[in-house]
Design a protein around this ligand. Structure first.
Ligand code: HEM
Length: 424
């Protein structure tokens, strides 16, 4: 007989120990961006203590360069909406806690300031208009049906692999009009492009370089085809036929391509997996959803808050300034912890709870705010809505039967695997 460990027991003990450690450690020794806290899901008490005791915190004892943590909802909003004070520019360090390392430095519009940022962002926004999303909805539904109809019954399988990766990869292939049979290359490039040295995703810096070179060569070939043919409705063609991006230097082109691959991949994938986990950890919410599938509309933004698939975005101060009474110096790294702002009790009612029928479910920071607010957010919500509509039609329940394996990263907050079973 195959007896699985109940998820909740393990979790309670792990959380108790993490709380003890977080409250016993002096604040001066806090490094809330340590990837291990995210991998073992013990980040919560560390951020809870920061929100209570030092909501703008300077970390100087990490194996990375010193950084400020901003952990309260309103302070995060202040940083995110003041792009004149806080830069995203990759030449100053970029958008994640570590400065852009050598070999990762492809410029993309998420890591640019004005005016270049908006000019390049505008070229891809037609992909995400309501009319185009209505067209995509039909395709997403058909594909979700096929993937779900092929799932095994009464057998443990990895939800990440069989559902989340498959559906988000199919969507990416459509957005890029990428050769269908080779679509898993996109998933691999997404994983490799954001992989930390210790993550286990790539064996060495050389291996990563080699795989990114392959991506570069492949996508350049597709670009060359599109730039010299009639405009079509895919992301490459949109950029190839707009003057703001048509003449980008090759590194900028590659940067934007990687941005769109990662943006459309990890985030939605991890929220999809997170939704199954959240409903299993909160069975009364799952019952409520099954009794009233119309609640999918509020469950989707709630799970995006609960998961926060991008745990942080980072900025660099362009001049001396102040946040929450702390003096920030020009050039300092400022990390906005969305994952913490989304649990801020002063902004969100009962933030620790997963409540699928919250009155204002879109009060969350997961898509950011200001000029860089996620351009693909409506598409992400649409994908999640459709997959849940189709899952509720087919399965009475999807049961989580073991611990999720989480990713070693304080940037991408997600899962390598989630064992599930569909009783049937
Ligand atoms: C930007 C989150 C899905 C493409 C962002 C930002 C966040 C985010 C936090 C940065 C916001 C800021 O700096 O203020 C998410 C989440 C998603 C999701 C939580 C799913 C649940 C998608 C999808 C796509 C996409 C499906 C495209 C297919 C982008 C792009 C940017 C971006 C291109 C850069 C925007 C800019 O710099 O102007 N996203 N995203 N995202 N996202 Fe998403």
């Amino acid at each position: 007989m195959n007896i699985q460990t109940p998820v909740k027991v393990d979790k309670a003990e792990r959380m108790r120990k993490a709380r003890e450690e977080a409250y016993a450690t002096p604040l001066a020794q806090f490094h809330p961006g340590a990837p291990r806290l995210f991998q073992d899901d013990t980040l919560w008490p560390w951020f809870e203590r920061l929100r209570k005791e030092e909501p703008v915190h300077y970390c100087t004892n990490a194996p990375i360069e010193p950084y400020w943590s901003v952990v309260k909802y309103n302070d995060i909003m202040h940083v995110d909406t003041n792009h004149g004070l806080f830069s995203s520019d990759s030449t100053l360090g970029g958008i994640s806690i570590r400065d852009v390392p050598e070999g990762y430095d492809y410029p993309s519009f998420i890591a640019m300031d004005q005016p270049r940022h908006s000019a390049q962002r505008k070229t891809v926004s037609p992909m995400f208009t309501p009319t185009h999303l209505d067209e995509l909805a039909k395709l997403i539904r058909q594909r979700s049906q096929t993937v779900l109809d092929n799932l095994p019954r009464n057998e443990t399988f990895n939800f990440v692999e069989r559902v989340s990766i498959e559906l988000t990869t199919q969507m990416l292939a459509t957005l890029f009009d990428f050769p269908w049979e080779e679509r898993r290359k996109l998933t691999r490039w997404s994983d490799v492009s954001t992989a930390l040295p210790k993550s286990g995703i790539v064996g060495s810096a050389e291996e990563r370089r080699r795989e990114m070179d392959e991506c570069y060569a492949y996508m350049s070939r597709l670009w060359n085809e599109r730039v010299n043919s009639a405009p079509r409705n895919d992301l490459l063609s949109l950029m190839a036929h707009n003057d703001a991006t048509r003449f980008m230097d090759p590194d900028n082109l590659m940067g934007n391509i990687i941005l769109l691959i990662v943006g459309g991949n990890d985030t939605t994938r991890n929220t999809m997996t997170g939704s199954v986990l959240a409903l299993n950890e909160n069975p009364e919410q799952y019952d409520k959803l099954r009794a009233n599938p119309a609640l999918i509309d509020t469950m989707v933004p709630e799970v995006i808050r609960w998961q926060t698939p991008l745990a942080h975005m980072r900025r660099t101060a362009l001049q001396d300034t102040e946040i929450g009474g702390k003096q920030i110096k020009k050039g300092d790294r400022v990390v906005m912890w969305y994952v913490s702002g989304n649990r801020d009790e002063e902004a969100i009612d009962r933030p620790e709870e997963f409540i699928i029928d919250r009155p204002r479910p879109r009060t969350h920071l997961s898509f950011g705010f200001g000029i860089h607010r996620c351009v693909g957010m409506r598409l992400a919500e649409l994908q999640l809505k459709i997959v849940w509509e189709e899952m509720l039609k087919r399965f009475d329940r999807i049961e989580v039967v073991g611990e999720p394996k989480r990713i070693y990263s304080s940037f991408i907050k997600g899962y390598e695997s989630l064992p599930v079973r569909i009783p049937g």
